[in-house]
Write a protein that binds this ligand. Structure first.
Ligand code: GLA
Length: 668
């Protein structure tokens, strides 16, 4: 062979070898899918294993996706969760669809979903059994290839792979094995790791799956949703096209939160570039639920092709600012108020990383209004409220009216508290009108509306002829409650009118907040569980009186038991929790026995207990685990108007955190 021919032959051999190697190298990678966060449906949050999880439901959801415009909005995957199979494999070793739920098998359902131009997803666990104790079925561990083949033969497009009964096998191994099995089928299947963030999948799963759960399960209540959002938001740098943080499926429409809270939930998930998997039975939800799930401008933020998860640039005192850069140079921003009281949050265009411009255009993605700002973006948010904007550096900012924020705030004892006013006494409120624009507004008038029999006296001017750009107009008010006022929470509302360029004048704005009139201060040596709380919030289900927390309904937890000792009095909480009591400055000492509930002890049980007197922390237990003996708590609450009991999740998430406050007593 002459030199040239040898070289050609050698090159050909090299090319052949490289094409031989290439497909193998590719086989170990996941398919390119989920370049924007997956959108769709999963039945778990609404049905769990109940009988209404069946073929009819899945088909019904697919129909609604098409008929109600959700498919057009981007919702694509119709996914089924645990309990779709029988508890035993068939003679051939294959999983067997539950014959009552899915009388025509799974393929028929997948075909139906596909016939609607949608995709179909399924569930199993990277363990010997799935998660549900009673209706669970055999998991995929050591059956990866067989199960993947079966799923592919049914036309599955998405697999959620859970973590229960994993027999202690290394997570990386378990999930990688299933990835390879899915790849080997040749079908493009989105691979969702449901490992609850236990092994920090964000650090290793980028090449394994398209999304990974970052937390334990969500439940349909405010505290649960918020605690999950907080854990997920700090992981922003790990998300990107094809590899997303998954803070669990949506609860929007399931009934445990208000629509305002669901808007916050949906806004948080959208800006965090989280998968948007609807978790409510769309056959039964309200028109308001559809309005939330179908907000195209919010969805556009979630689905932006840059694929960046919002960064929390502020997270203090229950007030958050999250910023997500968008592919056209705009910034999406979420101002979010976790607290039970109103909050004013503002941020500047500069903070968002927008370059200097004459002015900025601010699109309110929920109110559907466009205004301009000289640079400040702010919102007066009700308890649990949020505002979501798309902000652009714009040459034509002057075409839009100035952004105006109106608010009314009562004096409070600590950030996040309700304004408290005793019968016959007064409290100060401040109303404010902030013009964040460059152009002035005129004839600004503020009014404060109080319940009948109460008085609201302005102690400064209520009218401003001209309010220039970048200025705030404030009015202070003395609100007096009649001596015979009953205890309760009362509405305090502010109304504002002003004239603004480009708008139908006058513009009117309303703002509503509350004042709390307490009952008599407690007297004597009392069990706290016999007192009425002002407010309470709990990680799972309600705070329990004289019972331990049972996670779902009041009274479902049984007796408080700590290391074998049974208590008939006390409170049963689940982290994260807080409960507030009116003490009226009349109490001195709080005592309790604290510890994790016996039958809920788990390696993940970890909480801290805190007691606060108004704005001062008077007790901190430090970490309390399920292995710890019951601890005695004693806190000095002298002088406190409000005593607050707090349970934190100890920093490891809210799993198995059944925290008891046994024999909880207060001396007043
Ligand atoms: C686990 C998962 C949930 C759900 C259930 C089903 O708890 O985290 O999302 O799939 O299992 O049993």
């Amino acid at each position: 062979m002459d030199h040239r021919r040898w070289r050609t032959a050698a090159l050909a051999a090299l090319v052949a070898a490289s094409t031989l190697i290439a497909p193998q190298a590719q086989a170990a990678e996941k398919p390119e899918l989920a370049l924007t966060p997956p959108m769709g449906f999963n039945n778990w949050n609404t049905t769990h294993c109940r009988n209404d999880f069946n073929e009819e439901m899945v088909k019904g959801i697919a129909d609604i996706f098409v008929n109600k415009g959700l498919k057009d909005a981007g919702y694509e995957y119709v996914n089924i969760d645990d309990c779709w199979a029988l508890p035993e494999r068939g003679a051939d070793g294959n999983l067997v669809p539950h014959p009552v739920r899915f009388p025509n098998g799974i393929k028929a359902v997948a075909d139906y979903v596909h016939s609607k131009g949608l995709k179909f997803g399924i569930y199993t666990s990277a363990g010997t059994k799935t998660c549900n104790r009673d209706n669970g079925f055999p998991g995929g561990l050591n059956h990866e290839e067989q199960d993947a083949k079966l799923f592919a033969s049914w036309g599955v497009d998405y697999l959620k792979y859970d973590n229960c009964n994993n027999q202690g096998v290394d997570a990386k191994l378990r999930y990688t094995k299933m990835r390879d099995a899915l790849n080997a089928t040749g079908r493009k299947i989105v691979f969702s790791l449901c490992e609850w963030g236990q092994n920090k999948p964000w650090e290793w799963a980028k090449d394994v799956g398209h999304l990974w759960r970052t937390t334990g399960d969500i439940s349909d209540n405010w505290n649960s949703m918020v605690s999950i959002a907080k854990r997920n938001m700090v992981l922003h740098e790990y998300a990107g096209p094809g590899h997303w943080n998954d803070p669990d499926m949506l609860e929007v429409g399931n009934g445990g939160m208000t629509d305002l809270e669901y808007r916050s939930h949906f806004s948080l998930w959208s800006i965090m570039a989280a998968p948007l998997l609807i978790g409510s039975d769309l056959r039964k939800v309200t028109p308001e639920t559809f309005d939330i799930l179908n907000n195209r401008e919010v969805i556009a933020v979630n689905q932006d092709k840059l694929g960046v998860q919002a960064k929390p640039i502020r997270a203090e005192g229950g007030m958050y600012v999250l910023v997500k850069p968008l592919s056209n140079g705009d910034k999406a921003v979420l101002l979010f108020n976790e607290n039970d009281s109103a909050a004013n949050i503002s941020v500047t265009a500069q903070d968002l990383g927008l370059t200097q411009a004459g002015g900025y255009k601010v699109r309110d993605l929920w109110a559907k209004t466009t205004t301009h700002t000289a640079g400040s973006i702010s919102a007066a948010l009700p308890p649990h409220g949020s505002a979501m904007y798309r902000v652009s550096a714009a040459q034509d900012w002057y075409k839009y009216p100035p952004a105006i924020t109106t608010a009314a705030d009562g004096e409070v004892l600590y950030p996040g508290a309700l304004p408290i006013v005793q019968p016959g006494k007064s409290v100060t409120y401040t109303t404010s009108v902030t013009n964040s624009g460059r152009l002035p507004i005129a004839l600004v008038q503020a009014t404060l509306n109080v319940p009948q029999g109460w008085t609201a006296k302005a102690t400064s001017s209520t009218f401003k002829a001209i309010l220039p750009g970048e200025k705030t107009f404030k009015t202070t008010w003395q609100v007096t409650v009649p001596p015979d006022a009953k205890e309760g929470r009362f509405p305090v509302g502010a109304s504002f009118t002003y004239h603004s360029p480009h708008e139908n004048n006058p513009v009117t704005r309303q703002y509503s907040t509350e004042a709390l009139v307490p009952g008599a201060a407690p007297k004597g040596d009392l069990f706290v569980s016999d007192l009425k709380w002002l407010r309470s919030a709990n990680g799972h289900g309600p705070v329990e009186v004289d019972k331990t927390n049972g996670e779902a309904k009041a009274g479902d937890g049984g007796l408080i038991t700590i290391r074998g000792q049974v208590f008939t009095k006390g409170l049963g909480t689940h982290a994260p929790a807080h409960i507030e009591y009116y003490a009226g400055g009349a109490c001195s000492k709080l005592t309790a026995t604290i510890g994790i509930q016996d039958n809920k002890v788990n390696p993940l049980s970890l909480v801290t207990y805190e007691v606060w007197g108004d704005n001062k922390k008077v007790f901190d237990s430090g970490p309390v685990t399920g292995a710890d003996a019951a601890k005695a708590l004693e806190a000095n609450v002298s002088g406190a108007t409000v005593v607050r009991l707090v349970v934190t999740d100890g920093g490891n998430g809210k799993s198995y955190d059944h925290a008891n406050w046994a024999d909880l007593k207060i001396t007043c």
